[in-house]
Each structure stands twice: as C-alpha cells, then as structure tokens.
Design a protein around this ligand. Structure first.
Ligand SMILES: C[S@@+](CC[C@H](N)C(=O)[O-])C[C@H]1O[C@@H](n2cnc3c(N)ncnc32)[C@H](O)[C@@H]1O
Length: 262
C-alpha cells in the first residue's frame, strides 16, 4: 500500500473513532479539560497579550481549550479546526459566547491551507495524532506574525503506560517527550515554557477504564469483543501490576509547550 493511502486510511479510522465519541467526549475528558486550562494559564504567564486580532486552534474537539482561550483572551477572530466536521457545533457555540467572529474548517491539519498572520496558534491533546510533528510545527510557526505565540499540549512516550504494559493497542501514532517537542521548534521561534508531567485518573474497575477510553474517542482494542473472562483477566492483571488500594490509575503523560516567534 502506498504511504499516502495508508495515512488516509489511518486518518479515517481516527476520524470515525472521535466522531463516535463526540457526544460523550466533553464530560468524560476530565484530564484533557485540566490540561487545556493549564495550557492557557502557561500562555498567560508567558506574557501573551490579553487582546488578539487573529487566533487559530486546531483539533478543537468539543471546545475545552476553546472555552479556556476565549475566557482568558479577547480575540477578534477565532479560526477553529477539527478533523471531525461535527465538532463545529459545540466548539463554535462555546466560542461565540465571548468572540464575535468564529469560523470553523474541517479536515486534517496536515492537509489544511493554514490561515496566516496569526497572533496565536493553539492546540491541546491533538498533536500526537499528527505523524510528522516537525513539519507541522514548521508550518504553524510560519503562519504566525512576529511576536505571535504557539501554545501546544501533546502526550509523551509514557502515555497510558499501564495499558501498554497490559498489551493494549490504544495508542496514537506520535507520542513525543518535552525535549523532542522543543527540538521540533523551527528557527525563529523562541521557547518560553516547556513542561512534562503525569496527569493521573483513577478508576474502580478495568471496565470503567475501557468505558472512559471509548467515551474520549480512544480505540481501546475496538477490533476485539471482550468476553466476561477476558475482562476479568484484564481487571486482575491491571490490579496486580498497577492497583493502588482499590483504585486503578491511568496516566496521561502530558507535555506542554509555549513558544514565541521572534
Ligand atoms: C483528544 S481530542 C482533544 C480535543 C480538544 N482540543 C480538547 O483539548 O479537549 C483530539 C481532537 O483532535 C482531532 N484530530 C485528530 N487528528 C487530527 C488532525 N490530523 N487534524 C485536526 N484535528 C485532528 C480529533 O478529531 C479530536 O477532536
């Protein structure tokens, strides 16, 4: 199979998976909500201006980062994107509570003609789905005005390490640790903030972990049917290896970066 066809197929699978989880994502994505709020706090501490003319957010999903951004910044025009077209409704509605001019474009960020002259490019919990992170950062950096900010979060190589150890295939294609993300910054971008830290959620049972993954659009062994026996074995293995009292932890290995175009 040619590379182009392979990446189209994998994007379609990612799109179907997030589309299926869209109705449940907003309430279930507790970690992503916290991560998005932390990213906006970092952007503010990095000195980003309160007022911005043009900002672009990719992978907006149901709008956790969108809401945090428009609550903290006065943005004249906000351009939103997601791979899933159905994300438009909820993210745009949240954005319009604070921002008059909101536009949405559906599609993969890798294939989009990017808006230019931006004061801000922001994205939370999405870059791990983009295969060529360095190229993406080069294009995003070029779309910024001098003085513009890039605010990103993604996941590191220890993301969902419990699931990896238990043999799950619930993985995105491109986990990158903080140093890798910083190394992808193109020339002309100055690193302001870089942080990697675990965000851990706890669940009472392994079934709850699987439900959480599905509700947030992660394909947790979607190809296989879970029999009662498989589920009981998975729960016992999870508990033996990672159980913390009655709780089963799930680690989001989170990386945040804020950079500024000089
Ligand atoms: C984990 S969700 C994060 C949503 C939101 N940013 C948040 O913080 O809650 C990842 C989102 O990225 C979108 N996505 C995945 N691959 C993408 C791509 N190549 N281009 C644009 N969006 C993408 C998915 O459809 C999904 O809505």
């Amino acid at each position: 199979m040619r590379d182009h066809q392979r990446s189209q197929d994998s994007r379609s699978r990612v799109r179907d998976s997030f589309r299926r989880g869209l109705d449940t994502y907003h309430d279930a994505a507790i970690a992503q909500k916290r991560i998005a709020q932390d990213l906006v706090a970092m952007l503010q501490r990095a000195g980003a201006p309160e007022r911005m003319t043009r900002a672009f957010e990719f992978g907006c999903g149901t709008g956790h980062l969108t809401r945090a951004l428009v609550s903290a910044h006065n943005i004249d025009t906000l351009l939103l994107n997601d791979l899933v077209g159905e994300a438009e409704g909820s993210a745009c509605q949240l954005a319009r509570e604070h921002c008059q001019n909101v536009q949405f474009t559906a599609g993969a960020i890798e294939q989009l003609a990017l808006p230019q002259d931006l004061d801000l490019v922001a994205s939370a919990s999405t870059l791990q789905w983009v295969r060529d992170g360095r190229l993406a950062l080069e294009r995003l950096g070029a779309a910024l005005k001098p003085g513009g900010y890039l605010a990103l979060s993604t996941f590191g190589t220890s993301h969902f390490h419990e699931l990896v150890a238990l043999g799950s295939d619930a993985a995105a294609p491109n986990y990158s640790d903080a140093e890798t993300l910083a190394a992808w910054l193109p020339a002309g971008m100055e690193l302001v903030t870089l942080r990697q830290a675990p965000v851990v959620l706890n669940f009472a049972t392994a079934s709850q972990v699987l439900r959480h993954l599905r509700a947030t659009g992660v394909n947790a062994r979607s190809g296989c049917q879970w029999s009662k026996r498989m589920l009981a074995e998975f729960d016992a293995d999870y508990r033996n290896q990672f159980g913390d009292g009655a709780q089963l932890p799930l680690t989001y290995d989170t990386v945040w970066m804020v950079a500024r175009k000089v």
